[in-house]
Design a protein around this ligand. Structure first.
Ligand code: AMP
Length: 131
């Protein structure tokens, strides 16, 4: 099992932001900005465009709901949706609340936030998601 499958299964801890039976959202451990969230399918699939049409459609609808929760919890101009990276071989969408395009520059230094603050951020997003 890859690391993100283990996270979705609860075998590795994460800061949960949202979930349903098929998808899971949690804070990126090295966020670009507060509220930077990863959205993953629970099932193991590496490349997002290997997903079937109906699955990728449900994935986007779930990501849309998570983005709405992030935007309410962390008011921003828009929530950016980014798919990139080869680090983890499990499909993941980055959702990043942005005030400007500079917030989505992956070459920037990442934030290191205390555990309590990460938990507070995740709880805030989760509370909006389940409303
Ligand atoms: P990339 O494949 O380039 O999109 O990078 C994977 C992303 O996952 C990076 O932004 C990492 O900070 C993030 N990441 C890796 N491991 C974890 C983890 N255990 N919990 C949360 N985020 C993680």
């Amino acid at each position: 099992m890859d690391i993100f499958s283990k996270i979705a299964a609860g075998e590795i801890p994460s800061y949960k932001c949202a979930e349903n039976e098929e998808f899971y959202a949690f804070l990126d451990i090295n966020p670009l900005v507060k509220g930077h969230t990863l959205v993953i399918p629970r099932r193991e699939v590496d490349y997002i465009f290997d997903m079937e049409d109906d699955e990728i459609a449900r994935y986007q609808v779930f990501a849309k709901k998570v983005a709405a929760a992030i935007k309410t919890a962390y008011p921003c101009v828009k929530v950016a949706e980014v798919v990139l990276g080869l680090e983890v071989p499990h499909a993941h969408i980055h959702l990043i609340p942005m005030q400007s395009e500079a917030d989505v520059d992956f070459r920037r230094a990442k934030l290191q936030l205390p555990q309590e603050e990460m938990q507070q951020i995740a709880d805030r997003i989760y509370a909006e998601f389940v409303k």
